[in-house]
Write a protein that binds this ligand. Sequence first.
Ligand SMILES: C[S@@+](CC[C@H](N)C(=O)[O-])C[C@H]1O[C@@H](n2cnc3c(N)ncnc32)[C@H](O)[C@@H]1O
Length: 236
Amino acid sequence: MTAFKEGDPTTLGRLYGRTKGHRLRPGQQQLLDDMYPALAVPEEGPVTSQELFGENRPLHFEVGFGGGEHLAYRADLLPDHGFIGAEPFVNGVVSALQHIRDDRLPNVRLHMGDALEVLERVPDAALSFLYLLHPDPWPKARHSKRRMMNPGPLDLFARKLKPGGIFRLATDHPVYCRWSLMQMAGREDFEWMGERPRDFRDAPGGWPLTRYAEKALREGRELWFFQYRRTDSGTP
Ligand SMILES: C[S@@+](CC[C@H](N)C(=O)[O-])C[C@H]1O[C@@H](n2cnc3c(N)ncnc32)[C@H](O)[C@@H]1O
């Protein structure tokens, strides 16, 4: 399932964390049954804009969309673009379906499961945007290999973004913030798009706060925003 070597620090091929929360209410189960099959990314084969939307559109991919509010916001903002969101947590998928229904968004497809498995099937250099917002921090050092911000997933992100494509990352966890800076520091395939340290603290335009970001603010924690451009270096 993964193209990565044994021993690479990656989260590939394993899903950590929960996939079920509160039992779905009958209405939520109905929504899942009614809407998800038509919007689901096919289980096999290449994941292309043509396959999903019947035409070539700029493609966006959100890893771990949580409740789907950011995915829906972006899809509404950019109706001619195609959006793929992956989230293993069934309650999150139901919440995203509610946004898609209520906001009448025809340009979103979902995968209930591991984002990296679907991302592997996206053609190289096909993505215009990739979002990783408030990934699970796995703050204990012994769990650091579970973090998304590790060489395996980052190599995959780089491979799937086109040159000039944008990678957006947010975190509210100081350990994860430092770790992410370390992971990105030595990479030639991404360049930071900010100009001054302050740019880590202010979300660029068109970047709404997610549920986790709002929760962090309510609890008095700080937020960090990272925006990188995919360079030509190591282009597939
Ligand atoms: C801390 S939550 C953040 C959710 C959302 N992005 C937000 O900012 O509100 C992290 C999310 O990543 C999801 N996740 C963890 N591993 C994942 C994977 N391999 N593929 C897709 N999503 C994943 C979790 O289920 C969880 O919903």
